[in-house]
Design a protein around this ligand. Structure first.
Ligand code: NDP
Length: 289
């Protein structure tokens, strides 16, 4: 059986994936809409074919990483049933729904479908800090685990193919929340010309590290639905808008901090002042889950 990999899509990310497979000694067949992007990779040992159907036919493991799902579907239109009995690992960014629909489409051809979310930039690929989230066919994940591990740290999240995209977006949400907090924090100290670089490394990062240790306890509260606390309850935290008052006095907009304080205050107004902070999640839940 062929232990090679076919990679469809040689953009920034696709090219990094190919290099990683080549470094680990996988014979790698590549295809890209614009052929010139294959040149450097061929010099490094990849096999290029101008025929996408041939690229798919060559190996039982097919990795696709193109701009978006529309491109994935357009490429699959030209491949037809050649994909049958193969494993398709799709590392193109998209929504859980797009992943589920694609799984449906290719499963009809007898394809094992694994969806992936890459938590890294191309230059991080191969390093353990590059985390790749997978969901969908467990059989495909187990069978090709070794090849996938060439790309970074592989995490399998379950058989629902939408889970990788959902977790990917959840992690990015956490990141943007942190970036937002960082920007407001630095804007406040900069209003008095405090050096942002020094403030960040000396005070903010150690503080955020300490605060991060409180997240597992908060997550447990959310899992159990029991938000009672004896420490810092919502009423105490939300009663004074000191951050808002001082920000305004320093000429700093409160548009990043307002949403979180307004949620805390609404929760207090709803009679949950005794709860700990994670209780505000109840206000974010707009459906039945
Ligand atoms: P690039 O813009 O560098 O490459 C896009 C690729 O998609 C090219 O190979 C391009 O082909 C191809 N493509 C676009 N439209 C079509 C089409 N209609 N038919 C065939 N091929 C098409 O993007 P990246 O490589 O950076 O990103 C690829 C995927 O990886 C995206 O979904 C991105 O969100 C995701 N990703 C990227 C990260 C990054 O840091 N770069 C990080 C995490 C995920 P052509 O060369 O012919 O234009």
């Amino acid at each position: 059986k062929n232990t090679g990999v076919s990679v469809i899509g040689l953009g920034q990310m696709g090219s990094a994936l190919v290099k990683a497979f080549l470094t680990k000694g996988y014979s790698t067949t590549v295809w890209n809409r614009s052929p010139e992007k294959a040149k450097d990779l061929v010099a490094q040992g990849a096999v290029y074919t101008p025929d996408v159907e041939e690229a798919v036919a060559t190996n039982s493991l097919v990795v696709i990483c193109v701009l978006d799902y529309q491109a994935v579907h357009e490429i699959l239109d030209t491949v037809g049933s050649t994909l049958s009995n193969r494993t398709l690992v799709n590392l193109t960014n998209g929504t859980p729904e797009q992943a589920r629909l694609l799984k449906e489409r290719v499963t009809q051809l007898g394809v094992e479908y694994l969806d992936g979310g890459i938590m890294a930039v191309p230059s991080l690929i191969t390093r353990s800090e590059a985390v790749l989230l997978y969901s969908g066919s467990q059989k495909a994940f187990e069978m090709h685990r070794q090849a996938l591990d060439s790309l970074g740290t592989s995490k399998y999240l379950g058989t629902d193919s939408g889970l990788a995209a959902l977790n990917d977006l959840a992690l990015l949400s956490g990141m943007y929340g942190m970036f937002g907090g960082f920007i407001h924090s630095v804007a406040l100290v900069r209003s008095e010309k405090v050096n942002a670089t020094e403030f960040t490394s000396e005070l903010l990062i150690p503080w955020l590290h300490a605060m991060m240790t409180t997240l597992p306890k908060m997550a447990q509260m959310i899992d159990s639905g029991d938000y009672k606390t004896k420490d810092a309850n919502l009423e105490m935290q939300a009663s004074l808008d000191t951050i808002g008052d001082v920000s305004r006095a320093q000429g700093i907009s409160t548009e990043l901090t307002d949403p979180i304080f307004s949620l805390m205050q609404r929760r207090v107004a709803d009679g949950h002042g005794d709860d700990d902070f994670p209780s505000v999640i109840e206000l974010l839940r707009q459906s039945t889950n």
